[in-house]
Design a protein around this ligand. Structure first.
Ligand code: NDP
Length: 253
């Protein structure tokens, strides 16, 4: 039996107060990790924390990932409080759905900074703590837009393609420190993000059901297993990969 046990491990999950982030945080907590979730909404965090604390030790840090200094401070504070930092999940993400010709530079930067730059900043902040602890696991959340593209998603696709390439570079740089860096590429998952999309994009629900071989939307709970695997010793020789969790979306023509 491979080692999936995460007891004595400390995890920091951006956007862990809802959606896919919470699905992963719950998996990590169930496997024994102490989980710190970080996000902007305290209201969402209250519900999330109640669910996480039923599984193990958990806390919330109010954090806007666009604020670099706050990201570094929150990660340092987590490592100081719990004595170590083993797992970083870069999950916070956003999008602006517009045709490229209609996007402002501010919108482009906001999506890129939320989805990509913040992941780099958090990884860089986590690195010394992981190195000191003898290793670590960084899990970045990409998207089907890491592989495909869409007319309404120029900055989103750029950020999600970029996060895969960034993970590969970090994986190569930090392999000698026993830090593994991997990406998860979700298919279409039922969360706040896609509920808005369903409202904005006519016919999206039908297209997703038709195009996904599994014949359903994914759920946040579908990410618990992959999060535990990529955070545990079971994946110690796996680094720089991008694993679709998509009900077969990316392999069907
Ligand atoms: P949600 O909107 O439910 O979750 C997004 C999370 O990111 C929220 O918890 C939000 O917290 C957090 N977040 C957003 N902006 C910031 C910010 N500036 N600072 C701190 N936290 C922030 O959507 P999902 O769960 O669907 O998305 C999670 C990840 O999965 C994203 O990276 C998304 O791109 C990716 N993804 C989702 C897919 C899907 O089908 N749902 C498909 C492919 C990828 P708060 O509300 O507190 O700001």
């Amino acid at each position: 039996m491979p080692n999936f046990d995460l007891s004595q491990r400390v995890a920091f999950v951006t956007g862990g107060n809802g959606g896919i982030g919470l699905g992963m945080a719950k998996g990590l907590a169930e496997a024994g990790a102490t989980v710190v979730i970080a996000g902007r909404s305290k209201t969402k965090a209250e519900t999330a924390l109640a669910e996480l604390r039923a599984l193990g030790e958990a806390d919330f840090v109010e954090l806007d990932v666009l604020d670099e200094a706050s990201c570094r401070k929150a990660i340092d504070a987590t490592a100081a409080r719990f004595g170590r930092l083993d797992i970083l999940v870069n999950n916070a993400g956003t999008t602006v759905r517009k045709q490229p010709q209609d996007l402002t530079t501010e919108e482009w930067r906001r999506v890129m900074d939320t989805n990509l730059t913040s992941a780099f900043v958090c990884a860089q902040a986590a690195y010394p703590h992981m190195k000191r602890g003898g290793g670590g696991k960084i899990i970045n959340i990409g998207s089907m837009m890491s592989i495909f593209a869409s007319s309404f998603a120029a900055p989103y696709a750029a950020s999600k393609g970029g996060i895969v390439q960034m993970a590969r570079a970090l994986a190569v740089a930090w392999a000698k420190d026993n830090i593994q860096v991997n990406c998860i590429l979700p298919g279409w998952i039922d969360t706040d993000l896609t509920r808005t999309a369903r409202a904005q994009v006519p016919g999206l629900n039908e297209r997703v059901l038709d195009r996904t071989p599994a014949g359903r939307w994914g759920s946040p709970a579908d990410f618990a297993g992959i999060a535990v695997f990529l955070a545990s010793r079971a994946s110690d020789f796996i680094t720089g990969t991008a694993i679709p969790v998509d009900g077969g979306f990316s392999v069907q023509t």
